[in-house]
Design a protein around this ligand. Structure first.
Ligand code: THU
Length: 279
């Protein structure tokens, strides 16, 4: 290793049912590539307690090697192959540095219909980052784990339920959890956090999306919202506006502590939206 720093990334990976052999073969190729190009060392560790769950551990030679690795088209090709058969929940302890725009963990979810990110697309054109170099595609989020809903599926509702447990709803006692799925399959959660002034309260949905934006995520697919009520709890008006602007026509899953209570499209909840296209 070129540096004395320990630079380690750990990604939690859930492999689709029936694709494990293929996945492990890709992992072997990935390990060989990292060694051959002297980016570092990779290993895939199986979670003995959870079928089809692995931890992809990467020991980087140094920060620059990690950057080069993420920008390497050979690596990106392998990563794209991974994305077809496995989903990365989150990555911890990664090297964080600005680099060239990368499409590191893009999967089929990233091929979004045009209006799905309209708020963001327009925003990026007008007031977004000055250059692509300021953006990172590689997720380094520290966050809660996801659980399996069905084979290889993301249990967004479960993540929202767990996030709800952290709600600080001292005044309303109405706890809400949200789990936002990014285009690369990462889940970023939020809960409502209240304030003695009441007005400074922030909803679970906005906590989730602001967290995600602050971690560099810019494309979103779904959000689950959970409250302990019989009737589903839809996002408030302020959250609809923010979700639209940054997430576009998201799929919205509403659930309570026991069951899913409905699926909507944000466009239906926010018809005739005001957004940057009108500025
Ligand atoms: N709240 C949310 O977090 N999300 C929603 O979708 C509706 C309302 C929060 C705000 C406040 O802390 C509490 O629920 C009662 O309004």
């Amino acid at each position: 290793m070129a540096s004395s720093d320990v630079r380690l990334s750990v990604a939690l990976v859930d492999v689709a049912e029936g694709r494990e052999v293929e996945f492990l073969a890709l992992a072997t190729r990935f390990e060989a590539l990292l060694l051959r190009k002297e980016y570092g060392r990779a290993e895939m560790i199986r979670d003995e307690a959870v079928p089809l769950r692995f931890y992809a551990v990467r020991h980087w030679a140094d920060a620059a090697a990690a950057e080069r690795c993420h920008a390497d088209p050979d690596v990106q090709a392998l990563t794209a192959a991974f994305a077809k058969i496995a989903r990365v929940t989150h990555v911890v302890n990664g090297v964080r540095r600005p680099g060239p725009p990368q499409r590191f963990l893009e999967n089929r979810r990233a091929s979004l219909e045009s209006d799905r990110r309209s708020g963001f697309d327009r925003r990026a054109k007008n007031v977004g980052p000055k250059s692509g170099g300021e953006r990172r595609a590689r997720d380094r989020r520290l966050g809660p784990r996801r659980v399996r809903e069905g084979a290889g599926d993301l249990d967004l509702v479960g993540a929202a339920r767990r996030a709800r447990e952290h709600a600080d709803a001292a005044y309303s006692h109405f706890k809400v959890g949200a789990a936002l799925e990014t285009a690369d399959g990462t889940v970023v959660t939020g809960c409502n956090i209240e304030n003695a002034t009441y007005g400074l309260t922030i909803c679970a949905e906005r906590v989730a999306i602001f967290k995600a934006l602050s971690e560099g995520h810019r494309a979103f697919t779904r959000i689950a919202i959970v409250a302990d009520t019989e009737a589903p709890t839809p996002p408030c008006g302020a959250c609809r506006q923010i979700l639209w602007e940054f997430g576009g026509n998201l799929e919205i899953l509403l659930a309570n502590l026991r069951e899913k209570r409905g699926t909507h499209r944000l466009k239906d909840l926010l018809p005739l939206p005001f957004d940057a296209r009108l500025l």
